[in-house]
Design a protein around this ligand. Structure first.
Ligand SMILES: CC(C)(COP(=O)(O)OP(=O)(O)OC[C@H]1O[C@@H](n2cnc3c(N)ncnc32)[C@H](O)[C@@H]1OP(=O)(O)O)[C@@H](O)C(=O)NCCC(=O)NCCS
Length: 145
């Protein structure tokens, strides 16, 4: 497995995994491509034999990194790829001198919450009806300094 920063050619496969993982809430190819073009964007992909099987992305705002998404295609889950993607992102945020990392996660998404807790994220507060289907989000933060 190889972990590296996104290149433009990765985005089509990333948009397919988005759809598989997030359905109606998925970012489209265009939304991903627009984000990718921002100066303060950072994306990580996991590649198996040159094929994207997982990814994460974040933006840098002042001293804070805000995670947009992390996902691993279903057949590849529970083999440590989510862990490695998150490690790559934390290391990248530190290289950019970010002080904190923030994210939102669905209150029902136990696998993702466990992943984040394992990496030192802590729950801050709940955002009511944050998602389009009305589900609440937990806002989590990790101190990087
Ligand atoms: C969350 C997600 C990215 C984890 O990816 P993954 O590659 O399966 O994660 P890993 O194999 O690296 O697991 C890392 C740790 O997370 C926790 N974890 C991951 N999936 C879990 C599950 N289904 N149940 C319980 N704990 C889980 C475990 O602590 C695991 O460590 P362990 O395997 O040593 O017990 C993946 O489940 C996914 O893509 N989900 C759909 C998209 C999503 O919800 N993204 C998060 C949006 S906020």
């Amino acid at each position: 497995m190889i972990y590296r920063n996104w290149i433009y050619q990765d985005i089509l496969k990333i948009s397919e995994i988005e759809k598989e993982c997030f359905g109606k809430g998925a970012w489209s190819f265009q939304m991903l491509a627009d984000s990718f073009s921002l100066d303060y964007f950072s994306g990580t992909v996991a590649l198996d034999n040159d094929e994207v099987v997982g990814y994460g992305c974040m933006t840098f705002n002042g001293d804070d990194a805000d995670i947009g998404n992390i996902a691993v295609t279903e057949n590849y889950r529970r083999s440590g790829i989510g862990n490695k993607i998150l490690e790559h992102m934390i290391s990248d945020a530190k290289k950019h001198n970010m002080q904190k990392m923030f994210l939102e996660v669905r209150v029902t998404n136990a696998p993702a919450q466990i992943l984040y807790l394992t990496h030192g994220f802590k729950g801050l507060y709940v955002r009511s009806r944050y998602y389009p289907d009305g589900e609440d989000a937990i806002v989590m933060v990790k101190e990087l300094s």
